[in-house]
Design a protein around this ligand. Sequence first.
Ligand SMILES: Cc1ncc(COP(=O)(O)OP(=O)(O)O)c(N)n1
Ligand SMILES: Cc1ncsc1CCOP(=O)(O)O
Ligand SMILES: [Mg+2]
Length: 210
Amino acid sequence: MTQIQFITHHTERYSYLDAARMALEGGCRWVQLRMKGATAEEIEPVALKVQALCRQYKAVFIIDDHVELAGKLHADGVHLGKNDMPITEARRILGEGFIIGGTANTFEDVWMHHAAGADYIGCGPFRYTATKKNLSPILGIEGYIDILGHMRKADIHLPVVAIGGITAEDIPALMRTGVSGIALSGTVLHAPRPIEEMKRIIGLMQESCQ
Ligand SMILES: Cc1ncc(COP(=O)(O)OP(=O)(O)O)c(N)n1
Ligand SMILES: Cc1ncsc1CCOP(=O)(O)O
Ligand SMILES: [Mg+2]
């Protein structure tokens, strides 16, 4: 499971494609195309371009929410939350060849996604973020320690990716909780030099994993 996942987000400065390109140039090898509020028809042309770029960089390409589109474009996978298609149904449609991620805010969420056959868990939010509306309760470091502890007791070994308001400075403490990876968006897109910021994040991640 790639340790740094970049989630696209619309900003004044960068298009979705520019954002994905900067993340890839900075060394990220897992991109999730998240175009909140856009229809599948609007997402498709952007997805084709981001997918081509991901292939060039040998990066994993995930589409947020849109199962049918992920299948149609042969994306690497799809990420699904509480208000999206159930994971069992997505698996039936996509089959075993696709990565399916599920959002969790509690151990119960993790348990359900595990039972449904998810490949990884996007667990958050770590802290407040303006990137997503209607946030679930903030987890903080303690929240991850608690959820991962319950997972160990239940013998559930899915990769957990922390998400929500995460910055480079949070990486060492978050990785010490036992999460497998970090998903981020705003901290890269709002940095003065996003490519350099992604490089710094990848470096910190490598140090934290030594
Ligand atoms: C890696 C990762 N984790 C969590 C989410 C959130 O998904 P969801 O709860 O469906 O919310 P939206 O992103 O669809 O607004 C994610 N996208 N990626
Ligand atoms: C998609 C999503 N799900 C929970 S928080 C979040 C947004 C992550 O973006 P940022 O790193 O800017 O908080
Ligand atoms: Mg969703």
